[in-house]
Unconditional design. Structure first.
Length: 312
């Protein structure tokens, strides 16, 4: 038995997942922890990780390390996504993590992140054709899936934190700012030529912003937090109505919305605007939520390697 630990350094949060892997290749998650460290906060046009954000992130990793050190036979994999990928002071951050914690980080390219998203969800989605959408803090990954197979993928440099900061979507929203953000998103989506092949496809959603969308609607439907997120579905009209409510309120008012975590209220509009843009672009009538993603994709890859080594 082995405890496979994944530390996932995202742009908005750091997550740890501990999975117990048995000799027969089966596994189960025994621990999951999240810390909203907002590593990408304040990066700006200079694309620099700020000292306070670095300190928060390293503090979160230290707390996680104290937890997984209590487990036997641990194998640790540390990954980082858009914030570290885009940072001009990337090497400084990597060195600090290595010096303080002894951890070496694998930085996923945007395409790798999208691919691991696909690996993590493909066996859990019944629909043969869909667009996989992962909206993070500083990037968005899209995967075109047809007949359960990956056909195209891309990572775009926009996310909940970066859009909210750049276009001032955190509190009371100005119409001009919202319009400018939408224009930028449409410009980026214009690069994704294969979206035209996905007209009316359902969207399979990953990422913190979309999880918040699900929780708001589950609460509205009087479903408690124990209700499974995986394969929970919303119609286009429900998504657009929820977005309308969020846009109409300032940050303080959004914090009062049932189901929305208060520390996500200032970035939820920026996080959902790309989703709304895609829905309108391909006239998607349905969204489906998935509770797996990059981390599950990494586990599946690790298990394949284990099985291949056992056969040698």
């Amino acid at each position: 038995m082995e405890n496979f630990v994944i530390l996932d350094i995202g742009s908005n949060s750091v997550r740890m997942a501990i999975n117990q892997i048995e000799s027969d290749g089966s596994y189960r998650e025994v621990k999951r922890v999240k810390n909203d460290s907002r590593l990408s906060e304040g990066m700006g046009r200079e694309k620099l990780l700020r000292p306070a954000a670095i300190k928060r992130t390293i503090g979160a990793l230290q707390n996680f390390q104290n937890v997984y050190k209590e487990y036997p036979n641990v194998h640790v994999k540390v990954i980082a996504t858009a914030a570290v990928r885009q940072a001009n002071n990337q090497s400084t951050f990597l060195k600090k993590v290595r010096d303080v914690l002894g951890l070496r980080i694998k930085i996923l390219s945007g395409n790798q992140e999208a691919y691991y998203d696909y690996l993590g969800v493909v066996n859990n989605i019944k629909e043969p054709n869909y667009i996989l959408v992962d909206i993070g803090g500083a990037s968005m990954e899209l995967v075109l899936v047809q007949n359960h197979k990956k056909k195209n993928l891309i990572s775009l440099p926009m996310g909940a934190v970066s859009l909210s900061e750049h276009y001032h979507l955190g509190s009371r929203i100005n119409a001009a700012d919202l319009f400018n953000a939408e224009c930028y998103i449409q410009q980026e989506l214009h690069r994704v030529f294969w979206l035209k092949w996905a007209y009316r496809y359902p969207l399979v959603l990953l990422g913190g912003a979309t999880r918040a969308l699900a929780r708001i609607n589950q609460h509205h439907q009087h479903l408690n937090r124990s209700h499974r997120l995986n394969r929970y579905q919303l119609k286009q009209t429900q998504v657009l109505k929820t977005f309308e409510i969020l846009v109409a309120r300032d940050n303080a008012q959004r914090k009062q919305i049932s189901g929305l975590e208060s520390d996500r209220a200032d970035i939820i509009v920026g996080g959902l605007l790309p989703l709304v843009s895609i829905i309108n672009r391909i006239n998607s009538k349905q969204v489906i939520f998935a509770d797996s993603g990059v981390r599950e994709g990494l586990i599946n890859e690790y298990l394949r390697h284990m099985q291949a080594n056992q056969k040698r």
